[in-house]
Design a protein around this ligand. Structure first.
Ligand SMILES: Cc1ncc(COP(=O)(O)O)c(C=O)c1O
Length: 385
């Protein structure tokens, strides 16, 4: 059977064999430290677990959620956005429950991108941006993120034909994998860009709550005019250590929310209602629970950052996210460096080129383990260097 052209051009994933290599190493008794995925070893809020337990016993909660989902979840999202960002979103017209933010980020291209349309996306970048674009038949215009530009996409330097044909601009700050943050003036320019070119701004804010040293990442919806052009994606995966629960939401422009909801009605039937109830409980526990969780990541960042710096690596201490984005020393290719780390020291990292060609020359390590394991990882890194 022949696969379709838009499937065939999906990029290959470098180091796709890592899970098998890892399993083989573990079977041989190697103590593997995995700092590859952004998937922390930490527990979710007890309030979320309790709500899941309780609501799972109710047979009515086992019925189809459909796109409406749990009204109380939509209302909890709306209330949280108001408290956290001062942004008012209508829970039924401007919010949509998602089965993790990834599916919404990937699917929205099907509503806005057609053959010949261009999307603008960061390189390196989260893979659903390019995946959604290619599967919708669009042409991704990838923009390398450079340290000398603070890892921001320079909108004023985009070629004229890209600007005029752009249907979607994907932005993600705080950024995976570079850990960069965007100044407010940049977000204002992005909103203006999308307004001028009639493009949708897909703002991926998965890391809005993992930030340190008093920095509070904004919502794009705080920017004047954003509601006309932007839809923002939020996730419980990082803020609440709920990666496997698969729950998130989209909020913003009512037409884009309606389009995504209509589209999803053809693709899925919504997330299990008890998971939505658990997510609402997680939001309600924000004030007492999230700052402590962020402090755990901050302590990890501090100890790992000091250890990496002591190795002589060119390290930027992240102000947000759970990632260190570090240049590979000595000009070695990312993939070769990551493979050596795995085979010689049992250390799993993300080679920069796994997230796009623009990531070549870097590696990413995630703060997903206890400080003593992070220090051990740094020691192993030292041996590879
Ligand atoms: C940039 C970015 N967006 C979104 C997500 C969260 O995805 P989800 O909510 O589907 O777990 C991640 C997780 O790795 C991410 O790195």
């Amino acid at each position: 059977m022949r696969t379709a052209a838009q499937y065939e051009i999906l990029p290959a994933y470098p180091l796709a064999d890592v899970p098998q290599i890892k399993r083989a190493l573990v079977a041989r008794g190697v103590d593997v430290i995995d700092l590859g995925a952004g998937d922390a070893d930490l527990a979710p809020p007890p309030a979320a677990v309790a709500a899941l337990r309780e609501t799972a016993l109710d047979p009515l909660m086992g019925r189809y959620p459909f796109q409406l989902g749990l009204p109380a979840y939509r209302e909890a999202v709306s209330a949280w956005m108001l408290r956290r960002f001062g942004v008012s979103v209508d829970p039924f017209r401007e919010v949509l429950p998602l089965i993790g933010s990834k599916e919404g980020i990937a699917h929205i291209a099907f509503a806005y991108v057609g053959p010949g349309d261009v999307t603008i996306l960061p390189d390196p970048g989260y893979q659903p941006y390019i995946g959604g674009t290619l599967l919708a038949g669009g042409r991704p215009h990838t923009v390398p993120l450079r340290a000398e530009h603070d890892f921001l996409i320079r909108l004023d330097e985009l070629p004229p034909d890209v600007r005029s044909r752009a249907r979607v601009l994907y932005l993600n700050y705080p950024n995976n994998p570079t850990a960069a943050v965007a100044p407010r003036a940049y977000l204002e320019a992005a909103v203006e860009f999308c307004r001028a070119h009639d493009a949708l701004l897909v703002y991926d804010n998965a890391y809005s709550e993992i930030a340190f040293d008093g920095y509070r990442p904004p919502s794009i919806l705080e920017i004047p005019g954003a509601r006309d052009v932007a839809v923002e994606f939020h996730s419980f995966s990082k803020t609440y250590n709920m990666t496997g629960w698969r729950i998130g939401w989209a909020a913003g422009n009512a037409e884009a929310i309606a389009a995504l909801g209509r589209l999803k009605a053809f693709l899925d039937t919504g997330q299990f209602l008890p998971i939505q109830a658990a997510a609402a409980a997680a939001l309600a526990s924000y004030d007492e629970w999230v700052p402590r969780n962020v402090a755990v990541f901050r302590d990890r960042r501090d100890s790992f950052g000091a250890a990496l710096t002591a190795l002589g690596l060119d390290v930027r201490i992240p102000q947000a996210t759970m990632y260190f984005w570090v240049p590979v020393p000595g000009g070695e290719a990312s993939e070769s460096f990551a493979r050596r780390a795995l085979l010689q020291q049992g250390l799993v990292m993300m080679p920069g080129n796994a997230l796009g060609r623009g990531g070549e020359g870097y590696f990413r390590m995630a703060l997903t383990q206890r400080p003593d394991r992070l220090l051990e990882a740094a020691a192993r890194l030292g041996r590879i260097l």
